[in-house]
Design a protein around this ligand. Structure first.
Ligand SMILES: C[S@@+](CC[C@H](N)C(=O)[O-])C[C@H]1O[C@@H](n2cnc3c(N)ncnc32)[C@H](O)[C@@H]1O
Length: 250
């Protein structure tokens, strides 16, 4: 791997991301159009209908063109393994961004239906273009909203998309770090996750979600059985990160 791929500080797009970090929390985008550019790049360069090639081209874009805040290739392998371990038929992701995480879930679980909740309409449009190009738009759906919007999005998942007690196999949490724990608790209150279902949480070191991590420590052997996977932040090998994989014990 080249030095530029390993060390993010050598890339202007990484510094631009740091400058745009306030933008991300408000709009879900970095502010320089890179998310739409990623979709353009995929449509121009990836083989239509080839999910492997679409995922590879998004990774190429993130390494060589503009840094993206996807789960990325290294941590993505942890997600893939959890998806397979959960025998996933129904998955829910919180935080769609460009649709990369959902694509990985759809690839690791070829018969699964995947829903992804995203606050930004613009990101939903980017993800939908990429999913259509990968040929998975019939089973991967973005729901624009938030779990914390007073029940609107949770009700939409229940009433329009068939979420019901014990149906959810895999929950991937990768959005607003302050919302990790309350959103998990809202989903648990609905009873959608069944015993043996798995919750994966990204970015548990950088930027981290201390209340979520503490909760999983408290619940160890009670409501959840959690493994903390040591890994690196997306698209570089300099900064460490943690991915939490928690089996629901019910
Ligand atoms: C780190 S990115 C998600 C990356 C994606 N999971 C992947 O691996 O490809 C975070 C995304 O969460 C969205 N987001 C932030 N807060 C949110 C919330 N409360 N509900 C839903 N989406 C949210 C942002 O707009 C952004 O698109």
């Amino acid at each position: 791997m080249s030095l530029k791929r390993r060390i993010p500080f050598l890339r202007w797009s990484f510094w631009r991301l740091a400058i745009g970090s306030r933008n991300i929390t408000k709009t879900g985008q970095i502010g320089d159009g890179r998310e739409a550019a990623a979709a353009d790049y995929v449509v121009a360069n990836a083989r239509r209908g080839d999910i492997d090639d679409v995922i590879a081209k998004i990774d190429d874009f993130a390494y060589d063109k503009s840094f993206l805040i996807n789960i990325g290739d290294e941590k993505g392998e942890l997600l893939d393994a959890a998806v397979r371990r959960a025998h996933t038929e129904l998955a829910l992701e919180l935080g769609t961004y460009c649709g990369y995480g959902s694509l990985r879930i759809a690839r690791a679980a070829p018969t699964a239906t995947v829903f992804s909740v995203e606050l930004s309409e613009a990101n939903a449009r980017v993800a939908q273009r990429i999913w259509a190009h990968a040929g998975v738009a019939d089973r991967v759906t973005c729901v624009v909203g938030t779990i914390g919007d007073g029940g609107k999005t949770l009700d939409a998942l229940a009433n329009e998309h068939g979420f019901s007690a014990g149906k959810l196999d895999l929950l991937f949490i990768d959005h607003d770090k302050a919302a990790y724990l309350p959103d998990l608790q809202s989903i648990l209150e609905r009873g959608w996750l069944h015993p043996g279902g798995i919750v994966v949480a990204d970015n548990m070191l950088i930027p981290g979600s201390p209340k979520y991590r503490e909760y999983m420590r408290e619940q160890q052997g009670k409501l959840f059985d959690t493994a903390e996977h040591k890994t690196h932040g997306e698209y570089q090998t300099l900064a460490p990160d943690l991915v939490l994989e928690s089996e629901y014990l019910g």
